[in-house]
Design a protein around this ligand. Structure first.
Ligand code: C2E
Ligand code: CA
Ligand code: CA
Ligand code: CA
Length: 278
């Protein structure tokens, strides 16, 4: 199907980067890996910048292939989207996240949130919201414990339809987060239309927030100030150093996620963190 828009173009580019052989090979390996249940979900902590308390995690899919080795989601997610494998893979990720979250809640008394990345291909599926509800019910998950992460690219086609789906998700009690803010054609006007709880500032801003980064600093500071005034949560992504952490705290950005506070890790390693209260 031919669609228009920047998202389709960048998808086209990343898909073209893999040659045909690689694509076919990777697609068949992906299907095989999914059927055998060999994908994994890692979790990266999201931490209160002031108290250091653990607030939640972002779920990130991992693929360690027996033949191809480690393959980054930046490489295989575009292929999974193009081939529609993302729909079954996304279902598996959501089910796995809910199963793990249910056990953290019952066995460890975990009360934080888990954010799940949702591809536009998944979100625009007719039965997406019903599937969400079924999976939450299956594991008895409080909808407020799940945060759906989308990027602004999701709004490029079918703007009204997407806003309607997001409103349904919001009414179900789930949280909604706008990822990678500051890349692409980020516009503050989205804040009027998307029923947002959280805005995630892209790591390209955080990378330049200290050294020689007057512009990145000023933009981040202004965005955080505005988003705080609107009563939404802001997460600084990709915080790697103490210097970045200090700036983030000073400008009142309440949540951090990055290698400085914790790398993505398997569920079992996160359990230790939950037990120790972050
Ligand atoms: P994202 O949603 O922006 O995820 C954040 C990425 O930043 C992750 O890369 C994470 O490992 C990385 N990261 C975290 N802290 C730091 C840091 O301090 N420094 C640096 N340099 N990087 C950091 P990852 O896991 O390779 O994922 C890449 C992208 O693939 C994600 O970007 C997301 O767009 C996509 N993705 C990952 N998991 C899923 C998934 O389960 N479903 C879907 N649809 N997409 C996913
Ligand atoms: Ca994300
Ligand atoms: Ca991001
Ligand atoms: Ca990203």
């Amino acid at each position: 199907a031919k669609r228009r828009g920047k998202n389709t173009l960048s998808l086209f580019h990343s898909v073209m980067q893999e040659n045909l052989m690689n694509r076919l090979k990777m697609e068949s390996r992906m299907t095989d890996t999914l059927e055998k249940g060999l994908f994994q979900v890692f979790f990266q902590p999201q931490v209160d910048s002031i108290t250091g308390d653990l607030k939640g995690f972002e779920a990130l899919v991992r693929w360690f292939d027996t033949e191809l080795g480690y393959i980054s989601p930046d490489r295989f997610i575009p292929l999974a989207e193009e081939s529609k494998i993302i729909i079954a893979l996304g279902d598996w990720i959501l089910d796995t996240v809910c199963r793990i979250l249910a056990s953290w809640r019952s066995e460890l008394g975990f009360t934080g949130t888990v954010s799940v990345n949702i591809s536009p291909v998944q979100l625009k599926c007719r039965d997406f919201t019903e599937k969400l509800k079924r999976t939450l019910d299956k594991y008895g998950i409080d909808p407020g414990a799940i945060e759906i992460e989308i990027t602004e690219g999701i709004l490029i086609d079918n703007f009204d339809q997407v806003i309607e789906i997001l409103n349904v998700i919001k009414k179900m009690g789930m949280r909604i987060s706008l990822d990678d803010f500051g890349t692409g054609y980020s516009s503050l006007s989205y804040l009027q239309f998307i029923p947002l709880d959280t805005l995630k500032i892209d790591k390209s801003f955080i990378a330049n927030i200290t050294r020689d980064g007057r512009i990145e600093y000023e933009i981040t500071n202004a965005i955080v100030t505005l988003v705080n005034k609107l009563g939404l949560n802001t997460i600084a992504e990709g915080v790697e150093t103490k210097e970045q952490m200090d700036v983030i705290r000073a400008i009142n950005c309440r949540t951090v996620q990055g290698f400085y506070t914790g790398k993505p890790a398997p569920a079992i390693e996160c359990e230790r963190l939950i037990r120790s209260g972050g």
